[in-house]
Design a protein around this ligand. Structure first.
Ligand SMILES: Nc1ncnc2c1ncn2[C@@H]1O[C@H](COP(=O)(O)OP(=O)(O)O)[C@@H](O)[C@H]1O
Ligand SMILES: [Mg+2]
Length: 226
């Protein structure tokens, strides 16, 4: 948690983020007028398992600081997410990749950065794009491509084909060209990313992302792992 607070120090107004940060202050809990904070609104969209995820990996904290520093004043005067580096969180199953990815969103919001964000697993992305009547998959792809902050979980985990490679390429290339911050997670070591995703995607990821390699035991099987 202290790691996250380093990012917080960039915004003196932000409140301390604790595991209970979504529990309203007793003085305001009963105030029907109180508007939820952006962090509270985001936490409603974060799956319960990761709702209080702390970005406690030093490289993730550093990335948050970089994105905070690159933020630009928006219409309301509050800093809004701008262009910036992306993050590739790699490591075997259960080491905490998804935890750090959601933690990164929470860390940015906690630091006072206004942002729109979306999360998809790569498998859900491909499923959503299978052609079916009445579904405008091009529009969905455009929304993801342009979203100011996008999380793509488990890249390279789904069975690859020319079709998945093309879809991944179009999404990653768009975010690459527009320098849009993207947090990706993958089980694959670097050498296998290229085989699974194709060289066009792997090359762009190599340039646009900072790579965080998580190690350690599977936390699902060893919950006391630190
Ligand atoms: N830094 C952490 N502190 C506390 N719990 C964690 C941390 N990282 C992961 N966990 C927990 O460990 C489990 C596996 O984490 P997860 O992020 O789903 O792993 P992965 O995405 O690498 O497979 C989850 O229950 C998660 O809540
Ligand atoms: Mg995961």
């Amino acid at each position: 948690m202290a790691d996250l607070l380093t990012a917080r120090s960039l915004t003196p107004d932000s409140a301390v983020l604790t595991p209970d940060s979504t529990v309203p202050d007793p003085g305001t809990a009963t105030d029907p007028e109180r508007q939820p904070t952006p962090l509270e609104l985001a936490e409603r969209r974060i799956p319960p398992r990761y709702r209080h995820a702390q970005p406690d990996h030093p490289q993730v904290t550093t990335w948050i600081q970089q994105v905070v520093l690159a933020a630009r004043p928006g219409p309301s005067g509050a800093p809004g997410i701008a262009t910036g580096p992306s993050l590739l969180i790699a490591g075997p199953t259960g080491v905490g990749k998804t935890h750090q990815a959601y933690g990164a969103v929470r860390g940015l919001l906690h630091a006072g950065v206004r942002l729109r964000w979306q999360m998809t697993t790569a498998a859900d992305l491909y499923a959503a794009h299978r052609p079916r009547p009445g579904h405008d998959s091009e529009r969905h792809l455009r929304d993801l491509a342009r979203c100011p902050l996008l999380l793509i979980d488990d890249l390279g985990a789904a069975k690859a084909s020319e079709w998945t490679e093309e879809l991944t390429y179009r999404l990653i290339n768009s975010r690459y060209e527009h320098l849009l911050p993207t947090v990706l997670t993958t089980n694959l070591p670097t050498r296998d990313l290229r085989t699974a995703l194709g060289d066009r995607v792997a090359s762009r990821l190599a340039e646009m992302t900072e790579r965080v390699v998580l190690t350690g035991p599977d936390r699902r099987r060893h919950p006391s792992a630190s």
